[in-house]
Structures are given as C-alpha cells and as structure tokens.
Design a binder for this molecule. Structure first.
Ligand SMILES: Nc1ncnc2c1ncn2[C@@H]1O[C@H](COP(=O)(O)OP(=O)(O)OP(=O)(O)O)[C@@H](O)[C@H]1O
Length: 237
C-alpha cells in the first residue's frame, strides 16, 4: 500500500533519513518507534508529501506520490501538535474540513469520535481557548472523520486523559479490524501493546528493523512491547 524506497532526507548537514526503505500494508497496525530526533516524524511527513526526500521515492498503491496529491484523500493524519486558526471555533474548523473534503471523502462520514469526545457540546469554543487535550481530541476526531483507508497518528494519546485515550485506542482497534493501515508513533510503548502488529525502529535516521510483533516476541521470549524492545536493543549493543 505504502512503499518507501531508499528515502534520504537531509536538513542542512544533518541526515535525518538515511536510505530508508519500508513496506506498509493494509490491515497492519505499525508502531514507528525510536529515540527523540531519530526521524520518525520526518518519515511520516515524507509519506504525507509534507517533506520531499532528497533521493529515493515513495509510492501509494503503486503510484509515485511526488506531485501527485490525490492519494492524500485516503489518509487521515493526526499531527503531534495540531495547529488551527486561533479565532475559529471547533464548529468552524469541522465545517471547513468537511467543505474542503466533501467531494472526495470515502463513503459516509465517521462521526463516532466526535460524539464520544463530547465535541458537539464544545462547537462554539474558539481554538485558542482549548486545552492541549481538547485540541488533541479535535485532531483525532478529524483524522477519523473522512473514513480514510490509512490512519497516520503521531503521538496520538499524548495529552489525552485516560478515558479519551482508551476511547481512541478502542477506535484504532476497530478501524484496524476493518482492514485499514494504521501507522502510530509513540514513546509510551505500553499504550501500543494491544494495538500493534508490526514494529519499525528508527535510530539516527536509519531504519534499524521492521518486524512483526509476533516475530519479535518469539525472538526475545518477551510479551510486552517495552520488554521486547529493551531485549532487542540489549542484544544489538
Ligand atoms: N524542518 C526542519 N529543519 C531542520 N531540521 C529539522 C526539521 N525537521 C526536523 N528536523 C530535525 O530532524 C531530526 C529528526 O526530527 P524528527 O522530528 O523526524 O524526529 P522524531 O524521531 O520524530 O523525534 P521525536 O521523537 O522527538 O518526535 C531532528 O534532529 C530535528 O531537529
């Protein structure tokens, strides 16, 4: 579904992605993990076309994404920090997004998270007045709203309260079961335990490994993702 081939990106003299190749398929829930600054967000932004690689290429359903924006209608993106026009209300933002995407959304709208996050009762609140967690709720609800085939979630539970976090996790599991591709970056590995089928580990711009969780669990004899990763890293050093 999404294939990155030998993707390299430099910012000045810093190589942020070094010849990264990955293959992400339908029905997978892939954890993109690694230390701060290892290139996870840059890889995600490259897939979204927000960062253009210096070399290498990315395809979506077999088509090179370069200068070819149509594929983005199939992706719901929840950024690490959602930035919205400050004076708009939540209602305005949702209406604007519906308007922008009205001709190309994938079947009926999915308003489940809007309801579960109690957003209908906050439609008149201006974006600048929202708490960090409420902004995250809006970002999450928008990512799922257009029923996309692919969900890219950058630190989705950061700032969410435990109830909202659990609701979002249940939603992710539900969408994975429908055969969607889900890519999640997170530093809170315990949050990923019930969700992920595969793990991509980045370090200093390099892809260290991309393996199924089952494979990693068999290799390490560990069950929990945090212990699996600790064991893999111990064995590498
Ligand atoms: N637009 C940019 N200009 C210059 N440097 C950048 C830019 N975007 C990212 N970087 C640098 O690229 C490196 C990788 O950043 P990136 O955000 O991809 O890492 P990350 O793995 O997502 O980190 P974190 O876990 O902290 O979110 C960092 O050193 C960062 O400072």
């Amino acid at each position: 579904m999404i294939i990155a081939t030998n993707v390299t990106k430099k910012f000045g003299r810093l190589t942020v992605l070094n010849n990264v190749s990955v293959n992400c398929n339908k029905g997978e829930c892939i954890a993109l993990i690694g230390p701060n600054g290892s290139g996870k967000t840059t890889l995600v932004k490259s897939i979204l076309g927000m960062v253009v690689p210096d070399s290498g290429f990315i395809t979506f359903n077999g088509q090179n994404i370069l200068h070819n924006w149509a594929y983005r209608e199939h992706i719901g993106y929840m950024p690490q920090i959602g930035r919205y026009p400050e004076n708009m209300t939540i209602g305005h933002v949702i209406a604007m997004m519906k308007d922008i995407r009205k001709s190309n959304h994938n079947g009926p709208l999915d308003e489940e998270l809007i309801e579960q996050f109690d957003i209908p009762n906050m439609l008149n609140k201006r974006m600048r007045t929202l708490s960090g967690g409420t902004t995250q709720r809006v970002s999450a609800a928008l990512a799922f709203l257009f029923n996309p085939d692919v969900l890219i979630l950058d630190e989705p539970t950061a700032g969410l309260d435990p109830v909202a976090s659990e609701l979002l996790k249940e939603k992710i599991i539900k969408e994975k079961q429908k055969g969607k591709l889900i890519l999640i970056t997170s530093h809170i590995l315990s949050e990923l335990d019930d969700l992920v089928t595969q793990v991509i580990y980045m370090q200093d711009g390099n892809l260290l490994f991309h393996k199924s969780l089952e494979h990693l669990q068999n290799d390490t004899g560990e069950k929990k993702l945090s212990r699996v990763i600790a064991s893999v890293m111990r064995n590498q050093s």
